[in-house]
Design a protein around this ligand. Structure first.
Ligand SMILES: [Fe+2]
Ligand SMILES: [Fe+2]
Length: 186
């Protein structure tokens, strides 16, 4: 059951409007997708904990689990969310579907680079190598932080317009060429 939302305009929360001042309850789908980001962030942090504490084999396993979960998450977005989002009118600046797809490509490339690195990595890890890995991972963390924030600001609010069976609750209102004329009842 989708939780009722207080936000009834079609702005997808991308600008300030009168509804913004109302308490806002999110759909289950929105909460689930944001929760997935939190789980992925925690998985990456646990991987880095293991790495820093010298548990190299565990760190490798945790990285590959994180990578697979993130790839699955992005595949859902690519296959199920972005095709619908692409149909929404007036994408916000910095929130177009091409931006999300380009960021997914970049994240996949970075994950591929780290996969190669961790496949080659042997225990024990020299402290200098550890510093190098952690420093390189800052870029991945930085890209993910910005990507997740962009999704939670622009893409995921779209989910509030669907119920739990994926049915659209409120269709975006297209501009009506017949505005001002008398509508004929069908
Ligand atoms: Fe994404
Ligand atoms: Fe995401």
């Amino acid at each position: 059951m989708t939780t009722a939302t207080q936000h009834h305009c079609s702005c997808r929360g991308t600008h300030s409007c009168a509804h913004e001042s109302a308490p806002r309850l999110r759909s289950n789908a929105y909460v689930a997708m944001v929760g997935a980001h939190d789980v992925l962030d925690e998985a990456f942090a646990a991987h880095q904990d293991a790495l820093v504490e010298g548990r190299v084999l565990e760190a490798k396993e945790r990285f590959f689990a994180f990578r697979d979960a993130l790839l699955d998450h992005m595949q859902i977005e690519d296959d199920q969310l972005l095709p619908v989002y692409a149909l929404m009118p007036d994408p916000p600046v910095g929130g177009g579907v091409d931006v999300f797809r380009a960021e997914h490509d970049r994240i996949r490339k970075l994950l591929g680079e780290f996969s190669g690195l961790f496949e080659r990595l042997q225990a024990p890890l020299a402290s200098r190598d550890l510093v190098t890995v952690i420093e390189r991972q800052r870029l991945l963390k930085h890209v993910l932080e910005h990507h997740n924030l962009r999704e939670q600001t622009h893409l995921y609010p779209m989910l509030d317009q669907f119920d739990d069976k994926g049915m659209l609750l409120r269709l975006p209102t297209p501009p009506c060429p017949d505005l001002g004329r008398t509508a004929h009842a069908v």
